[in-house]
Write a protein that binds this ligand. Structure first.
Ligand code: NAD
Length: 308
């Protein structure tokens, strides 16, 4: 695993012709940051509104995916799920990209799809890299994402400066699919630790503890974790977080559920025993789907754990 400290500086030099497909909540900000860094960004999305926003942000909107791939040095995709990525690769990227083109998929998808599209791309002489992100919409807009990269050393070396223009850290996790593997392992840990943090604060409350006082203790004791000290699920406690905004914004519970499901699939196919991850997946399914709270921030699950 390699952490690039100087990627930001090197990214300032080479200006590239980049095709960007998928200009939604995340991709919109990411494409805008590439344009801001001086790259020529040919942007495509099925949504006319997303295309118009990309145009206002300095990208060149194009009328179909083929145009965002033809004669580009780099193609970046930021799509909802594995099925979209497979389709866009099969029908657009593989057919239209010139040999040698660097193709970077930043979507969060299953490891098998990531490896399959990489194999297809390599067979056409392209250089594939999976580079899913940690960080939500604010980080995408602010250019402070963390990228976990799967691909060859050459692919990583070429992708690093481009990704650095959209993020604060670019880390090589291993061969193709390793970026996705690292992402779902990280998010399984995040989902489980958020649920554990939520239930702990609820229990502390029932035991009569003052929650700010408990935070002061636990954040300096062995229970300290990111869900508590960077993203506290209790309003008014810890740093500013979605809890202080009615659990709006941040990272949607539906996306946490998506990642936990990907983690469960990967655990099954790798033969890994993940009882805590499985419990978190069950609880997020209940919160996001049965209770219809998928649009709320994932820390809002604290409200489901409240027996009153
Ligand atoms: P989104 O739904 O807002 O955006 C996806 C975009 O892809 C949409 O604008 C859609 O029109 C476009 N699209 C779909 N199929 C297309 C096609 N064939 N051609 C062109 N455009 C197409 O999703 P998002 O929130 O931007 O998330 C994108 C990816 O990033 C997902 O894989 C998600 O899991 C991951 N992610 C999201 C967040 C977050 O906080 N939103 C955080 C980390 C990772």
């Amino acid at each position: 695993m390699r952490l690039s400290k100087n990627a930001k500086a090197s990214g300032k030099d080479a200006k590239m012709k980049i095709g960007f497909i998928g200009l939604g909540n995340m991709g919109g900000g990411m494409a805008a940051n590439l344009a801001k860094a001086g790259h020529e960004v040919h942007a495509f999305d099925l949504s006319g509104e997303a295309l118009a926003r990309a145009g206002e942000a300095g990208c060149h909107p194009v009328s179909d995916a083929a145009e965002a791939v033809n004669n580009m040095e780099v193609v970046v995709t930021m799509l909802p799920a594995g099925a979209h990525v497979r389709k866009v690769y099969e029908y657009e990227v593989i057919i239209n990209a010139n040999p040698g083109t660097l193709v970077i998929d930043c979507s969060t998808i299953d490891v098998d799809s990531a490896r399959d599209v990489a194999t297809m791309a390599e067979a056409k002489g392209l250089v594939p890299v999976d580079a899913p992100v940690s960080g939500g919409i604010a980080a995408a807009n602010g250019g402070t994402l963390t990228f976990m990269v799967g691909g060859s050393d050459d692919g990583f070396k070429r992708a690093e400066p481009i990704l650095a223009d959209m993020g604060k850290a670019v880390i090589h996790a291993g061969g193709n699919g390793a970026g996705q593997a690292a992402k779902i392992c990280n998010n399984m840990l995040l989902g489980a630790s958020m649920v554990a943090t939520c239930e702990t604060f609820k229990m502390a409350e029932k035991l009569g503890l003052d929650l700010q006082n408990f935070y002061d203790i636990s954040s300096k004791a062995s229970g300290q974790n990111w869900s508590m000290t960077s993203y506290c699920p209790v309003p008014g406690v810890g740093p500013q977080s979605p809890a202080d905004n009615g659990y709006e914004g941040g990272f949607a519970a539906a996306l946490m559920l998506k990642d936990l499901r990907l983690a469960m699939e990967a655990a099954e196919s790798a033969g890994a025993d993940v009882p805590m991850g499985a419990e978190a997946a069950k609880l997020y399914e209940q919160y996001a789907e049965a209770q219809g709270q998928g649009g709320k921030d994932f820390s809002g699950i604290i409200n489901m754990l409240d027996k009153g």
